[in-house]
Design a protein around this ligand. Structure first.
Ligand SMILES: NC(=O)c1ccc[n+]([C@@H]2O[C@H](COP(=O)([O-])OP(=O)(O)OC[C@H]3O[C@@H](n4cnc5c(N)ncnc54)[C@H](O)[C@@H]3O)[C@@H](O)[C@H]2O)c1
Length: 353
């Protein structure tokens, strides 16, 4: 077994939205980064070796990285990566994430997100790499029993779709793994709603097809790629009747991973621990429409339609645990999220292509 180096981080799914911003922060912090991504949801030009997001990350940071086009389910290929590098830690972003699609092809989601994760953990164990930061989600809380959501809120109850369940199941697997072998150190970061882009506007969220999430949808309306936004329900018990969510700037979220990594390698840390990454503020759909309109100077056309099944009125977190134990808190405002999302969208109307 080769010697491990805590400054070498393997990032799964590093070509995607959250992963690429986290890779940028890691490179800026002086880590060596190895990305494993099968490009199922990331764009690479035919004549390039690397996906476009990572080419731009290298330009922005002036640093290089190593990229492998590998599916996590390919155990042998993954083993080879671990045998070649002295990996000290893994950040695990790779997953399929479209809620609606997960209800249509649940087996694909379970196989990719759960089997892929198990294979990764097996390979890590065999290689003696037992430090992990996992991308979890506020969806593990299901329908909130109280607000703001703290890490003590029950998880797994009322997870209504295979995507959300896959995030919950992997957390449970990690808890079992960490209690079976005390040398594992695992931090699960429960993201609320990551939005925005790097302030350069050179990397950002590039959804394939019609966007599932609010901010990319609004920015595509602003840039003329979608005719109008559909607002699902204005009769919720919120300040203006539309759904309220905790939006977090992608750079705050990416920086949270760096804080988690520092915690993971601190003397006092062991076992499994989950942290909420959000701002703790809830904004409604109409608040976001208004803020985006102000940031872009464009009118955002929208229609109010009926509620969507499975949607909840409000979700926002208490993020004080992350502040107390990781020393992290979100600093950027909704105006920054909209301004940066708009810069990315207007500089790249067709995303990375
Ligand atoms: N974006 C959000 O709103 C959000 C919210 C909560 C949690 N998360 C979690 O954060 C993580 C990253 O999300 P994202 O928004 O960056 O998604 P993304 O689709 O942009 O990035 C995921 C990346 O993983 C890769 N990938 C998927 N399956 C793979 C496999 N089997 N092998 C190798 N690579 C694979 C994709 O090609 C893609 O580049 C996911 O685990 C997601 O569940 C995202």
């Amino acid at each position: 077994m080769s010697q491990k180096n805590s400054r070498i981080v393997l990032v799964t799914g590093g070509a995607g939205f959250v992963g690429s911003h986290a890779v940028l922060v890691l490179l800026e912090e002086g880590y060596s980064v190895i990305v494993v991504d099968n490009l199922v949801n990331a764009y690479k030009a035919e004549n390039e070796e690397l996906p476009e997001s990572l080419i731009r990350v290298m330009k922005l940071t002036g640093k290089s990285l190593i990229f492998y086009n590998i599916n996590l389910c390919d155990k042998n290929a993954l083993k080879e990566v671990f045998s070649k590098h002295k990996i000290g830690c893994v950040m695990h972003f790779a997953a399929l994430k479209a809620v609606g699609e997960s209800c249509t092809i649940p087996l694909t989601y379970y196989s990719n997100n759960i089997t892929g994760s198990i294979i990764l953990f097996e390979v890590m164990k065999e290689a003696g790499v037992k430090n992990l930061v996992y991308s979890s989600s506020s969806t593990v809380y299901g329908n909130p029993q109280f607000l703001p959501l703290t890490e003590t809120h029950p998880t797994g109850q009322g997870c209504t779709n295979p995507y959300g369940k896959s995030k919950y199941f992997v957390e449970e697997i990690l808890k079992d793994l960490a209690s079976s072998d005390k040398s594992w150190k695992v931090i699960s970061l429960r993201y609320f709603n990551p939005v925005g882009a790097h302030p350069s506007g050179d990397i950002g969220e590039d959804p394939a097809g019609i966007p599932n999430n609010l901010m990319p949808y609004i920015s595509q309306v602003a840039v003329g790629r979608q005719p109008k936004l559909l607002v699902y329900g204005n009769d919720y018990e919120t300040h203006d009747g539309t759904g309220v969510r905790d939006y977090i700037h992608i750079m705050d979220l990416a920086e949270g991973h760096n804080y988690a990594l520092k915690k993971l390698f601190s003397q006092d840390f062991s076992g499994f621990k989950a942290y909420n990454l959000g701002t703790g503020c809830g904004y409604s759909v109409l608040d976001v429409v208004k803020a985006f309109s102000a940031a872009s100077g464009r009118k955002i056309a929208y229609d109010i339609v009926g509620r969507r099944e499975g949607d909840i009125a409000s979700s926002y977190c208490d993020s004080t645990l992350a502040f107390k134990e990781l020393g992290w808190k979100a600093n950027r405002l909704l105006t920054d999220m909209c301004a940066d999302a708009w810069r990315w969208q207007s500089k790249n109307p067709n995303g990375f292509q």
